[in-house]
Design a protein around this ligand. Structure first.
Ligand SMILES: [Zn+2]
Length: 78
């Protein structure tokens, strides 16, 4: 089923919440950077400060790699 991305408006087909894969990746980067600066920040302040939706933040955190990510870890997977 096709959805409109909330951020860029592009159409995409996926089970991801509200964001196309590109914007989701960008959001993931935003969350990662935020957590590097604000270690131990809770989800609500993350949502408030990044402007991302709770569903998106939860989805990113549920991927699991964010908190465990070493600072010098690989930044690109492609
Ligand atoms: Zn998008």
């Amino acid at each position: 089923m096709l959805k409109h991305c909330r951020k860029c408006g592009g159409l995409f087909s996926s089970s991801d919440p509200h964001l196309c894969p590109l914007c989701l990746e960008e959001a993931q980067h935003t969350v990662k950077q935020y957590l590097e600066v604000h270690r131990g920040a809770n989800v609500l302040s993350l949502v408030r400060d990044t402007g991302l939706s709770l569903a998106v933040v939860n989805r990113i955190l549920a991927n699991g790699s964010i908190y465990a990510m070493p600072k010098q870890g690989p930044s690109h997977k492609d």
